[in-house]
Ligand binder design. Structure first.
Ligand SMILES: CCC/C=C/C(=O)SCCNC(=O)CCNC(=O)[C@H](O)C(C)(C)COP(=O)([O-])OP(=O)([O-])OC[C@H]1O[C@@H](n2cnc3c(N)ncnc32)[C@H](O)[C@@H]1OP(=O)([O-])[O-]
Ligand SMILES: NC(=O)C1=CN([C@@H]2O[C@H](COP(=O)(O)OP(=O)(O)OC[C@H]3O[C@@H](n4cnc5c(N)ncnc54)[C@H](OP(=O)(O)O)[C@@H]3O)[C@@H](O)[C@H]2O)C=CC1
Length: 293
């Protein structure tokens, strides 16, 4: 099934299945990442799962990270059945001690870590004026603090071992066009700014840091939004369709692999042109903005 057909498919399941990810065509060479180790947080989520499949299919050992052992184990099982290398590690990225213990365990098990992809994240749609302190903190702790703990833990071990590394952070489009999730715009703007600063500070350590800002990418993560809000997402860009997790996976490999060796501190927007035209209201569009719609 090609992406166009997939976009037209009406199915209760959102995004790409493991069977589809196992066989999806890719532009990258089969052994492009042979012998490397990649850590993918949110690796059992919609986008993280596509990233895990692609890195593993290119020869890397993929460590998928999340809070739900069953989801991670099921994915590792499916990857293993296709003959690619993967393992699971349960950790909450908000817990800095757990994150540090995980990186120590991974270096002991594999003797190397080459790439970190931070795809763990999320938010809930709500008018900002009604955010509770707990809700605000949950989104900032997950997306900004959690991502930072992962980045720092990876980088300290690369520094100590004089090992090069690359980090790809999956964020959201923060410039304009995405409304009803101001807490995540704040957190992800922090990650983008942090990545620019670290690109300079960590260049002497041979560590590159880049971000990917996806537009509307159909995944199970969309279930947190109302059916009415979701129905509008395909019309949030001039291509008038959602992207697929594979679009993000190929962008992640492009930035992490040697194809990205002269790119650091950059944010690659993969949104079908949505940042130039279009808007996404995760809470539904208020009447005030409807004008002549
Ligand atoms: C195209 C469109 C763009 C799409 C972009 C995407 O990213 S796609 C998808 C990407 N994927 C996702 O977005 C994944 C889904 N998202 C999530 O899992 C959460 O949004 C999370 C990231 C905050 C979870 O962090 P966590 O596990 O640390 O937190 P927790 O669950 O324990 O909640 C803590 C507190 O937050 C508050 N609060 C939470 N929900 C709501 C709500 N609906 N309403 C109001 N408030 C809410 C509440 O105060 C709650 O405490 P309480 O009152 O329960 O004691
Ligand atoms: N899909 C889209 O349209 C867009 C997505 N994004 C961003 O891309 C990233 C991936 O999104 P997507 O795959 O669609 O969403 P999913 O909800 O499918 O995946 C998110 C994953 O993050 C994991 N996760 C969440 N919190 C934590 C935590 N504290 N510690 C460890 N793991 C955690 C979840 O696993 P578990 O709950 O088991 O721990 C889940 O597998 C997110 O940051 C999202 O906000 C950005 C723009 C658009």
């Amino acid at each position: 099934m090609d992406d166009q057909q997939h976009d037209q498919q009406t199915s209760a399941a959102l995004g790409l299945s493991d069977d589809e990810l196992a066989d999806h065509p890719t532009v990258f060479a089969a052994d492009a990442l042979a012998g490397q180790v990649v850590v993918v947080s949110g690796g059992a989520g919609g986008i993280g799962r596509a990233i895990a499949w692609l890195f593993a299919r290119l020869g890397a050992h993929v460590v998928v990270v999340g809070r739900n052992a069953d989801k991670l184990d099921a994915l590792v099982d499916r990857l293993g059945h296709r003959g690619v290398k993967a393992s699971a590690h349960v950790a909450d990225i908000k817990d800095a001690d757990a994150v540090n213990a995980m990186f120590d365990a991974l270096w002991t098990a594999h003797g190397r870590v080459d790439h970190l992809v931070n795809s763990a994240g999320g938010q809930f749609p709500q008018a900002a004026i009604d955010f509770s302190i707990k809700g605000w903190n949950a989104v900032i702790n997950t997306n900004l603090n959690g991502t930072w703990y992962m980045m720092q833990a990876a980088a300290q071990r690369w520094r100590d071992r004089k090992h090069q590394g690359s980090i790809v952070n999956v964020v959201v489009v923060t410039t304009h066009g995405l409304y009803g999730i101001a807490h995540t715009i704040a957190a992800r703007s922090g990650v983008i700014g942090l990545s620019r600063a670290l690109a300079v500070e960590w260049a002497p350590l041979n560590i590159r840091i880049n971000c990917i800002a996806p537009g509307a990418i159909e995944t199970e993560g969309w279930n947190v939004y109302s059916e009415a809000a979701r129905a509008a997402y395909p019309r949030s860009n001039p291509m008038m369709r959602p992207g697929t997790p594979w679009d993000i996976a190929e962008a992640a490999v492009y930035l992490a692999a040697p194809s990205g060796k002269f790119i650091t501190g950059e944010t690659l927007t993969v949104d079908g042109g949505g940042q130039h035209w279009g808007e996404t209201w995760t809470t539904g569009k208020p009447d005030y903005f409807k004008g002549g719609d």
